[in-house]
Ligand binder design. Structure first.
Ligand SMILES: CC(C)(COP(=O)(O)OP(=O)(O)OC[C@H]1O[C@@H](n2cnc3c(N)ncnc32)[C@H](O)[C@@H]1OP(=O)(O)O)[C@@H](O)C(=O)NCCC(=O)NCCS
Length: 229
C-alpha cells in the first residue's frame, strides 16, 4: 500500500488532471515527533529550499524541538498511517520586527509562511492546500500581510505564489513574495472551522483504523494480511 493512498482514495481521479481531496489539520505538541521525521526525510536540496540552507540533521532536530505551537500555527496533511505528507508553518511576527518594518501593513502582526511536502506526495495539491489554509487563517487572525521567502530558482513555489496572486520581488537569487489579504468575513471563519472539523474527523478515523489493525495483527499473531481499504 502506498503511503499516499489516504488522500488519493478520497477522490478517484476521473481523468489525468483531477487532484485528490486534501485535508489540512492544525498540528499540536503531540505531532512533534512526526514533524521531526517529516523534516529529517527532506533531502539536502529540499532543506536548502525550505530553510534557506542545507541544515544538518542536528539543526533540523533543534528546529523541530523549538517549534512553538502557542505562538505559531503549524498545519499538516496526514497519510493513512498518520505520517505527515506535508507541513505548513505560519509564523506570526510583530510588524516592526519584520525586515520590511511593516511597510505593507498597519496591523500589529504579519505572518511568514514556510512549507514542505514529502517527495513522494508532490504534485497532488498538498502544497497549494497548505498555502490556502494558511492564508484563510491569517485573515481570521486579523493579519493582512503574508510573506514568503524562497530562492528564485524554486519554480514550483514561484508557481504556487503567482497562482495565489502574490507580489514577488527578486533579489540576488532570492525572492520575497507577499500577499495582501482581505479582512475576515463570516464565510472565512465558517470555512476554516469546517475544514478543521472535517480534518479532525478524518484524523480520528485514521487513528481508529490504525489502532484496530494493530489490535487485529496482535490477536492473529501477525499472520493476518492487512485488510484492503
Ligand atoms: C514547493 C512544494 C511545497 C510544493 O508542494 P506540492 O504539494 O508538490 O505542490 P502542489 O502539488 O500543490 O502544486 C505544485 C504546482 O507546481 C506546478 N509545477 C510543478 N513543477 C513545476 C515547474 N518545474 N515549474 C513550474 N511549475 C511547476 C504544478 O503543475 C502545480 O501547479 P498546479 O496546481 O497549477 O497544477 C514541494 O515541492 C516541496 O516541499 N519542495 C521543497 C521545499 C520547498 O521548496 N519549500 C518552499 C519554500 S518555503
Amino acid at each position: 500500500m502506498s503511503s499516499t493512498n489516504s488522500i488519493s482514495n478520497q477522490t478517484e481521479p476521473k481523468n489525468g488532471t483531477e487532484k485528490p481531496v486534501v485535508r489540512v489539520k492544525v498540528l499540536s505538541e503531540r505531532d512533534r515527533r512526526r514533524l521531526l521525521n517529516h523534516f529529517l526525510a527532506l533531502n539536502d536540496n529540499d532543506r536548502l529550499l525550505r530553510f534557506g540552507s542545507v541544515l544538518t540533521d542536528e539543526l533540523v532536530t533543534r528546529y523541530a524541538q523549538r517549534l512553538d505551537f502557542e505562538r505559531d500555527t503549524i498545519f499538516g496533511v496526514y497519510d493513512d498511517n498518520l505520517r505527515l505528507l506535508g507541513v505548513g508553518h505560519l509564523a506570526f511576527i510583530a510588524r516592526d520586527a519584520h525586515p520590511n518594518r511593516g511597510s505593507n501593513t498597519l496591523k500589529e502582526r504579519v505572518a511568514e509562511f514556510g512549507v514542505s511536502v514529502d517527495a513522494k506526495a508532490r504534485g497532488m495539491g498538498i502544497g497549494s492546500h497548505l498555502f490556502r489554509r494558511a492564508a484563510i487563517h491569517c485573515r481570521n487572525e486579523d493579519v493582512d500581510t503574508l510573506y514568503m521567502h524562497c530562492l528564485s530558482t524554486n519554480k514550483v513555489m514561484m508557481h504556487i505564489a503567482k497562482k495565489a496572486g502574490m507580489s514577488i520581488q527578486r533579489d540576488y537569487g532570492e525572492a520575497d513574495a507577499y500577499l495582501r489579504l482581505e479582512p475576515a468575513s463570516p464565510g472565512t471563519v465558517l470555512r476554516e472551522a469546517m475544514d478543521e472539523q472535517v480534518a479532525t474527523l478524518d484524523y480520528g478515523l485514521k487513528a481508529n483504523a490504525k489502532a484496530a489493525l494493530k489490535w487485529w495483527t496482535r490477536l492473529s499473531g501477525g499472520k493476518i494480511d492487512k485488510p484492503r481499504s
